[in-house]
Design a protein around this ligand. Structure first.
Ligand SMILES: Nc1nc2c(ncn2[C@@H]2O[C@H](COP(=O)(O)OP(=O)(O)OP(=O)(O)O)[C@@H](O)[C@H]2O)c(=O)[nH]1
Ligand SMILES: [Mg+2]
Length: 365
């Protein structure tokens, strides 16, 4: 039996098993087995991790401060949106599969350069199919944000799109599981639960670890984790990316149309250019970018040329973005703005910057 058949058989077995307390451990083990086999098939296909698809047209070079991919069904308006955000001329058509390759554009916002990638539409089963679908979603693996584009008459397609990406190991809107596993040559398992667990217990953790050939290890579970998170930790090649949902073609409906929609989203019309600025701001926020200004003794502050960095960036990291020399000669910095206790506060290399801060480096010589 081939790997694909084995996976199908296990998936069938899972579907047939009732979900309850008594079957939890058994189901967890099946999940672990499936995840392990899937990883093996990915590896034999050579398509796991990295930048994904190898075919012509999909090897797009990353550019700018961050990369955003547009994921959605055919004809929802992805190319129209790329054009509205960036002024790029991606082809728009009233028929499905107008876009056949990956088209990049650049959004300039708040001093940041945000690369937007327009992709062909995906259809159900894209993650398992051999065709372009798999290549399309593989591009998402290297993105900093996934923008789900939904048609106003089909917004409930969102969960299916999310599942499609989850299937190839992309984890949306969450961080890596707070689980540590330190494998030991002998001595059995020592499992510590730091938080109360809803799904995991010693028996389940032991049987899942066994599936991965781990029988001796120090394991610390630092959050209320799921079986899936434990498996993610063991598989190891998961990618964690934030996402944002956009509902397009809002020009076709009245406002009260959106009352029943409960998930977070931005309503736009790419064609009529409605709410595009609001979407730009939402993208910028989700990417957690911020503007930092530098001040030099001679030239003062240049407000036109911010340094674009991620939230949580330290003074040291910002310096190394400017130049290696600056990082090496760093003695201390003076700070003005939101993160400064008082204007001109002197701080060390590990000081965390905030949006709108200005800093000036004092060098060792
Ligand atoms: N009414 C309305 N129509 C739109 C809007 N945005 C796009 N369209 C129309 O929807 C159709 C599909 O638009 P595209 O931008 O080509 O869609 P796509 O998602 O790139 O399609 P594929 O490349 O085939 O996946 C075109 O006929 C557009 O004119 C909108 O905001 N409102
Ligand atoms: Mg298109």
């Amino acid at each position: 039996m081939g790997l694909v058949d084995k996976i199908a058989e296990l998936e069938e077995q899972m579907a047939k098993t009732q979900k309850n307390k008594a079957t939890e451990a058994h189901l967890g083990l099946l999940k672990a087995k499936i995840a392990r086999l899937k990883k093996e098939t990915d590896e034999s296909r050579g398509s796991s991790g990295g930048s994904g698809g190898k075919s012509a047209g999909f090897d797009v070079k990353k550019a700018g401060n961050s990369t955003v991919v547009l994921i959605g069904l055919p004809s929802v308006g992805k190319s129209s949106l790329l054009n509205a955000l960036t002024g790029t001329g991606s082809k728009i058509g009233a028929y499905a599969f107008t876009t056949l390759t990956c088209i990049p554009g650049m959004l300039h916002y708040n001093g940041a350069q945000i690369q937007i990638l327009d992709l062909p539409g995906i259809i159900p089963g894209a993650s398992t199919g051999r065709g372009r679908g798999r290549e399309v979603i593989a591009v998402a693996r290297s993105a900093d944000l996934v923008l789900f584009v939904l048609d106003v008459f089909d917004p409930n397609y969102l969960p299916k799109l999310r599942e499609t990406l989850e299937y190839i190991g992309i984890r949306l809107d969450s961080g890596p599981p707070k689980i540590n596993i330190h494998v030991l040559p002998k001595g059995g398992l020592n499992i510590v639960f730091e938080k109360k667990q809803d799904q995991l217990n010693e028996k389940i953790v032991a049987s899942i670890l066994g599936e991965y050939g781990i029988f001796s290890a120090n394991v610390t579970i630092r959050e209320n984790a799921t079986i899936d998170q434990l498996i993610d930790k063991l598989i190891g090649n998961r990618i964690y990316i934030p996402s944002l949902a956009v509902i397009n073609k809002c020009d076709l409906v009245k406002e009260d149309f959106f009352k029943g929609i409960e998930f977070e989203h931005v309503e736009i019309s790419a064609e009529k250019k409605l709410n595009i600025d609001k979407l730009k701001e939402a993208i910028y926020k989700k990417l957690k970018l911020m503007r930092i200004y530098t001040r030099s003794r001679f030239e003062g502050v240049d407000k036109d040329e911010p340094l674009i960095v991620r939230e949580g960036t330290t003074v040291e990291q910002a310096c190394s973005k400017i130049s290696r020399e600056l990082k090496e000669l760093f003695k201390s910095a003076k700070i003005w703005g939101p993160s400064a206790k008082h204007p001109g506060q002197r701080v060390g290399a590990s000081h965390i910057l905030k949006e709108g801060d200005t800093f000036m480096v004092e060098k060792i010589r």
